[in-house]
Design a protein. Sequence first.
Length: 300
Amino acid sequence: MKKHDNFFEMVKDWTVNDYRTQKAKAEIIVDMMISEFVEEVVEYKLNQNEKERKNKPKLIAKEFPISREGQLKLTGPIIERIKQGEITSKELGTRQYANVDYLLKDDNTIYLVELKTTDESVAGEQLLNMVCTCKAGGESLYYRFYDLVVNYALKEKPNDLKTKKYLYTLKFMNDLLNDKEDISCFGEVRDQNTELWKKQVNAAKNVMEKTFGNFKGCKIKIIYLVLDSSTQGKIIKEKNDMGLALDCIDQIVVLEDLIKCKEFTNGFKDDDRCNLWKDTEAILKLLLQKERLWFMDDKS
């Protein structure tokens, strides 16, 4: 057996065991596999209904912060105060934001992509937060993150581990750029060094401008990734129970259907990525064995 095969067997066994273990976070386990292919998954689903997009959706960030229902609305004057660093944590609701699993963008549309692997993880409050984000628009989404990076992580709490994670998200964005910014200054300890702070802020602004571009005119859509049709049904029921307009909830991708779809698998141009997806398919199939008495089967 090759080293790759040994490693794959180890990953498969632990992934399946963890997924079936009480209290283990099932979505984190599936996220580990799906993150690599989230662009292709979203693009394939969108292409089924929309053939005219110029660019494929690109992953911008993971665990991206979005506002909670009831937080301060980012009107023009509030955005100006965020730019000037005059806003306070109290006004912004202590900056306790919700998160969306993946943030993607194509031509003029931003996609909030949420992964749900069990019926129990579908929550109406989270859906409401995403719908409110869609209604607030791209500019509001941009300046929420701008505030977290510039005013919170760099200005207020530059040495806090929690805020440094927002800078890591910014680094992830920078790594995806063709024209990368020099963000080495983020690693320097500021300690009241005003000139260094200005340098850090300029680097952060440049990364965000290159990544987000002009978010102001962008539509925001919601896409759910679910393991099976059961969770799909729960999301549809949640939408209907809440009486929400359906126009911002663009698609629901059922991974169980996708792994049976040869057209999707054949869409990979690179053999290595195709083989990697087939390995991922094999694990997803094991996770989907819910009705069978898998604990009686030594091969599972």
